[in-house]
Design a protein around this ligand. Structure first.
Ligand code: BTN
Length: 273
């Protein structure tokens, strides 16, 4: 039987040396803060000295989610990580980036034994049994001549148990799923290693390299949904993801429309026969 989580277990805090001992690339600059407004905002405001810079925090006062939402960031419980990386890509080639980061998170979760019921929801949600487990948020810091400095923010619910968690949608955590407390040091290193590999592959091959991996776990595929984009709601059936990482929707007219951003909602009623 699955062990019930013990909410009184002591906190294991994040430590540089504990994380660094597991990193494959030892040139990464890693900073850890007890409290910060947002790890993404921190890297956005910093002068960049290294090709890869990572910021982790125990807590965020103003953690940001996609589409202007807040990201719940209580002290010492979860992963709030931002990863700064330089891509040889133009700004218009970055649509699939948050999806690539999401796939790296999936890889880490699978390593921890979370295999079944784990899906992605375009463009950046990791969902377990219909509940949100993680999300990615990409900010562009600079873009000059086919060179983009990007900040990839990852929020992963690790040890959070409280029922008062104010996520707007249903939420879950690794601890809830696995029934045990998780040391975020080893987990952070695992996630950094996967991100490093996935970002290098994205830099070299672009998003098309990841389409098959994404489609195997895309929750929205063949579902009738609405996409809310620039204050317009558009209905259709999800028929795939294109080479740029855009969501392809078949409209009631039969035409296909592609979206590079938007908020998706699954419809109960089918509108296309
Ligand atoms: C989403 O699913 O809406 C994306 C959530 C991203 C949250 C992370 S936590 C670390 C980084 N810093 C932030 O302010 N946001 C991202």
């Amino acid at each position: 039987m699955k062990k019930q989580p013990d909410p009184l277990e002591p906190l294991i805090l994040l430590k540089q040396d504990k994380i660094k001992q597991y990193l494959i690339d030892d040139h990464i600059k890693l900073e850890i803060f007890e409290n910060i407004t947002s790890t993404n905002d921190y890297l956005k405001s910093m002068t960049i000295t290294e090709p890869i810079q990572i910021c982790l925090a125990e807590q965020q006062a103003q953690g940001r989610g996609r589409l202007g939402r807040k990201w719940y960031s209580p002290f010492g419980e979860n992963i709030y990580m931002s990863y700064l990386y330089t891509l040889q890509k133009d700004i218009n080639e970055l649509a699939g980036l948050s999806m690539v980061a999401t796939l790296a998170v999936m890889k880490t979760l699978k390593f921890y034994g979370i295999l079944d019921h784990l899906v992605v929801k375009w463009p950046n949600d990791v969902i377990y049994k219909n509940k949100k487990l993680a999300g990615a948020l990409v900010d562009v810091k600079a873009n000059v001549q086919r060179m983009s400095k990007v900040i990839i923010g990852i929020g992963l619910n690790v040890n959070t148990l409280q029922v008062s968690n104010p996520f707007s949608q249903g939420w879950t955590s690794m601890r809830k799923i696995l029934g045990k407390y998780i040391d975020r040091n080893v987990l952070s290193a695992n996630l950094i290693n996967h991100l490093t590999k996935y970002l290098a592959q994205f830099n070299q091959h672009g998003f098309s390299y990841f389409i098959d991996e994404w489609m195997q776990v895309e929750f929205l595929l063949n579902k009738t949904i609405t996409v809310e984009n620039f204050n317009k709601k558009i209905k259709g059936v999800v028929v795939g993801i294109n080479n740029q990482g855009q969501l392809m929707l078949q409209l009631p007219s039969g035409n296909i429309q592609s979206f590079s951003s938007g908020d998706t909602t699954i419809m109960k009623k089918k509108i296309i026969q």
